[in-house]
Design a protein around this ligand. Structure first.
Ligand SMILES: CSCCC(=O)C(=O)COP(=O)(O)O
Ligand SMILES: [Mg+2]
Length: 250
């Protein structure tokens, strides 16, 4: 693989979180146990809250168990956690628990060292920043608010998840985001670790870069035909000029 310098003339960049801005290990080792330990209380004592009740109904529907009680729903959630399945109701319930954990100071998020300086530089260059993650909007907001580098939400123009945009491996979701931001696909860049997400963004007419961080679960998987970068340092963004990704694919 050659040393990469990727230059994009875009109006906005859309960021995946897990495996891209932040370590999968942190999510799985810190956030997942935190939510697992709190599901039982959420499903019993707070089942009447509208967001909880709606998510419980979605779990019952997705698992094919319409009469599942709290214990059965919890079992399903934990099985999805074990498989790292990005099911929307799981993410909704995790988001509720995590947002409260971040607000309480139990949790502080994680960003790779190269990420925050790059986000600040891109923002200063007039490029809008958005997030599109399987993690719920509530979780994303808490994640960017409670970073070790302070509150990063002033950098971010909008948050998208599988609830408000749709599944991350479907081109229609990226078209929906483009329409919502008012930026046309050719002026949008998506950064992600997952090949299927990069393919879907490209099919929607976006630029897409595969982030290949050593040690991340998808880092060895080919990102067929997409430019790739190991860190955000390798990516220069501006709203003017031309796009150049020469010598950037594996
Ligand atoms: C703060 S979001 C928590 C991470 C998470 O639960 C998740 O599923 C992230 O998936 P991504 O789409 O960002 O790879
Ligand atoms: Mg990811």
């Amino acid at each position: 693989m050659s040393q990469r310098t990727l230059t994009f003339a875009v109006d906005a960049v859309v960021l995946d979180i897990e495996g891209t801005t932040s370590a999968t290990g942190f999510v799985v080792d810190v956030l997942y146990p935190y939510s697992r330990a709190r599901f039982a209380e959420l499903l019993t004592e707070r089942a009447a809250e509208p967001a909880v009740s709606r998510a419980i109904a979605q779990v019952r529907e997705l698992s094919g168990e319409p009469d599942a009680d709290a214990a059965a729903v919890e079992k399903t959630l934990n099985a999805w956690l074990d498989d790292d399945r990005k099911a929307t109701p799981l993410k909704t319930l995790q988001g509720i628990v995590w947002a409260e954990g971040f607000a309480r100071g139990d949790l502080v998020s994680h960003f790779y060292d190269d990420v925050v300086p790059a986000l600040r530089a891109w923002h200063a260059a007039g490029v809008r920043l958005y997030v599109y993650s399987s993690g719920s909007v509530a979780a994303q907001r808490a994640w960017f608010t409670s970073s070790p580098q302070g509150d990063l939400t002033p950098l971010v123009s909008g948050l998208y998840d599988t609830e408000n945009a749709g599944p991350k491996q479907e081109p229609a979701s990226y078209r929906r985001i483009a329409e919502s931001t008012g930026v046309e696909g050719g002026r949008l860049l998506f950064l992600s670790d997952r090949p299927g997400e990069l393919d879907a963004a490209r099919e929607a007419g976006w630029h897409a870069v595969g982030i290949r961080r050593p040690g991340e679960p998808y880092s060895a998987q080919a990102v067929e035909g997409h430019p790739q970068a190991a860190t955000f340092d390798e990516i220069t963004l501006s709203t003017t000029g031309t796009t150049s990704t020469t010598g950037s694919t594996a």
